[in-house]
Design a protein around this ligand. Structure first.
Ligand code: 13P
Ligand code: SF4
Length: 349
């Protein structure tokens, strides 16, 4: 567990992190990307951290990979690459810098380490987990294999390295259907997200059997709420993540990964959009889509929100929070993730 008092004392010894209008002014070009969502006075609070992190990134030869659910100060202020899980995994294979700072949750940092083991991968807060990753172990995968002999195991990337290592192939929300369809045999085991599996099953020719895990963020949305909102505002386009229940997905105009949702909004530019996913998504894309009015239902991911500018600065300053994966596990997990990336490319996902 991070010792926050010690972290703040260490940072105070080395950096002047007091709010600064001068630093805010000097980095106005960065604030311009989040002008509609972050008042300039608040930017003055973040600006010293952003300046220190961007300086330290150069000194440490580091890049920051940030998920679409990061807060706008991280997403727009310090990230070198942003994206969904698939895009970040692919980017991790391409990083040439010595250090990767993963602004996201722990399974994403593990995936980066698995794919690019020579790099130092820093996780600003090791407690940034995921309810899906915590719902299954490698023993759970073996239990499913015993129940459905011969069926291939497709595990969501939202899993630990051990679970990936015990699986035949991984998938993300961007390619789950295509990966399942490409498997041999009639029955496919999907772990650990029951709703992603049910949503895939509704579109697939395969029999999909699944582990009963769920995302604590997306399972909160209900079809009744969406129907009520649409009745109030019939113009709204509802865009849902496939970790939502099948009933919610049935109400949506489009369902896709976080990057898929962002692309849909860019392509269609609806007058009004509701992103049925984590809160920060709509916030992060508000400035680049000023013509879209975002209805903002907000279910926050408590794991993603553990990542802050302060913790990123501390990780880079001390080079602590290094993610390690045991070599044997990493080698087997790499096979499952690389198979997914290769198949995705082959299928044009
Ligand atoms: P994406 O791969 O769609 O970004 O989803 C990751 C995630 O954790 C969603 O909750
Ligand atoms: Fe995990 Fe859900 Fe948070 Fe994504 S939003 S990291 S699936 S708990």
């Amino acid at each position: 567990m991070l010792d926050l008092a010690n972290m703040r004392a260490t940072l105070a010894d080395h950096y002047d992190l007091a709010p600064s209008l001068d630093l805010a002014e000097a980095q106005r070009h960065i604030h311009a990307r989040m002008d509609r969502v972050l008042p300039f006075a608040d930017w003055a609070i973040h600006a010293p951290y952003v300046a220190a992190i961007n300086r330290l990134k150069k000194e440490r030869n580091a890049v920051i990979l940030a998920h679409n659910y990061m807060t706008p100060d991280i997403y727009h202020g310090i990230a070198d690459h942003v994206g969904d899980s698939l895009q970040l995994a692919i980017k991790a294979t391409e990083v040439e810098a010595e250090v990767i700072v993963q602004c996201g949750v722990h399974f994403m940092a593990e995936t980066s380490k698995i794919l690019n083991p020579a790099k130092t991968v820093l996780m600003p807060d090791m407690a940034a987990g995921c309810s899906l990753a915590e719902s299954i172990t490698a023993e759970g995968v073996e239990e499913m294999r015993r129940r459905y002999p011969g069926a291939p195991v497709v595990s969501y990337v939202n899993t630990t390295a051990e679970v990936k290592a015990a699986s035949d192939i991984c998938c993300t929300s961007a390619n789950a259907l295509q990966i399942v369809e490409a498997m041999e045999g009639d029955t496919v085991i999907m772990t650990p997200d029951r709703y992603l599996a049910q949503n895939v099953a509704n579109q697939s020719s395969k029999k999909v059997v699944f582990w009963p895990g769920s995302c604590i963020v997306h399972e909160l949305y209900t079809a009744e709420d969406l129907r009520a909102y649409r009745a109030h505002d019939p113009e709204v386009k509802i865009l849902a993540h496939p970790e939502c229940t099948p009933e919610v997905v049935a109400e949506a105009d489009f369902t896709g990964s976080t990057a898929g949702i962002i692309k849909w909004v860019h392509d269609h530019k609806p007058a009004k959009a509701m992103l049925v996913t984590e809160c920060s998504m709509a916030t992060n894309i508000s400035d680049e889509l000023p013509e879209v009015d975002f209805a903002r239902p907000c279910n926050m991911c408590p794991y993603m929100k553990k990542i802050t500018l302060e913790k990123v600065l501390y990780a880079l300053h001390t080079m602590t929070g290094q993610v390690e994966v045991e070599a044997g596990v990493a080698a087997r997990a790499r096979v499952a993730v690389e198979k997914m990336i290769a198949l995705s490319r082959q299928l044009g996902v």
